[in-house]
Design a protein around this ligand. Structure first.
Ligand SMILES: CC(C)(COP(=O)(O)OP(=O)(O)OC[C@H]1O[C@@H](n2cnc3c(N)ncnc32)[C@H](O)[C@@H]1OP(=O)(O)O)[C@@H](O)C(=O)NCCC(=O)NCCS
Length: 228
């Protein structure tokens, strides 16, 4: 009864016990800590390797029409939405937390083509209603977004009705060879990026980019031409 009414003596003991618990530390037994540290390090490398070999890579190979040799999958299988065709070349690196939407209700034959030796960093979004291609040796930094479609109808009435955009509103995105797309850049529908071009970090690319140029800003404009 006393405890239920909040006996001040009991509460004081409880507070002291709680503070003692918060202040409690185990002594560091160095050989034991070293062994645990080593085990954690080995486990931290082995477990992702097991996941990759036994589950992640087979799942991706099952889902894609083609995955070339020596795939490097840095994290989980990309979240793939839609049933469109995906082809991945040789020596491709795919970072973690990728989202690829390949196919919408209105799509007829959506295709995502990723060339050889392409790096796609983490947190990249690729949205394909019709066609997106990424040329050989292209580097895509983290948090890049690529859309070949408007995502939603421009018409307010159709959006209110939660209707899809029409397939003729999708326009292919074609990214050339040896392109470097900087972090958080956004590539919008209908854009072609020429070989060797660079898209600066944070750019919003609304118009096609000539080969051997550097574009930056929102909307992205040419800031440099590359000599070699
Ligand atoms: C594209 C990039 C390499 C350009 O570098 P650079 O050629 O040295 O460019 P400069 O610093 O000479 O800048 C040239 C002009 O472009 C502007 N500029 C450069 N990068 C810009 C950007 N991301 N957005 C807007 N403007 C930019 C500069 O302000 C400068 O403008 P000014 O002439 O009016 O002063 C660099 O800006 C970039 O975006 N790197 C990508 C980094 C990245 O994403 N890393 C992730 C890991 S891969």
């Amino acid at each position: 009864m006393a405890a239920r009414r909040g006996d001040p003596g009991l509460m004081r003991h409880a507070r002291q016990a709680w503070r003692a618990l918060l202040a409690f530390r185990l002594p560091v037994i160095r050989p034991l800590a070293a062994a645990l540290w080593g085990i954690a390090g080995v486990w931290g490398r082995l477990w992702p390797l097991f996941l990759k070999i036994l589950y992640r890579e087979p799942m991706l190979r099952y889902r894609c029409a083609r995955v070339g040799v020596r795939l490097q999958l840095e994290g989980a299988v990309p979240q793939i939405i839609g049933d469109g065709t995906i082809e991945i070349g040789d020596d491709v690196l795919i970072g973690s937390q990728n989202t690829w939407i390949v196919g919408f209700k209105v799509s007829t034959a959506p295709r995502l083509l990723i060339g050889n030796r392409v790096d796609i960093n983490y947190d990249t979004t690729i949205s394909v209603a019709d066609y997106v291609s990424i040329g050989d040796d292209t580097l895509i930094a983290m948090s890049v977004q690529i859309y070949d479609n408007p995502s939603h109808p421009l018409s307010p009435v159709r959006r209110l009705r939660r209707e899809s955009f029409a397939i003729d509103e999708a326009r292919p995105v074609m990214i050339g060879r040896n392109v470097w797309i900087g972090a958080s850049a956004i590539i919008l529908r209908g854009v072609t990026i020429g070989d060797n071009a660079i898209v600066a970090a944070g750019s919003v690319v609304t118009k096609s980019v000539p080969s051997n140029t550097v574009v930056a800003g929102n909307p992205a404009k040419i800031i440099k031409t590359l000599e070699d």
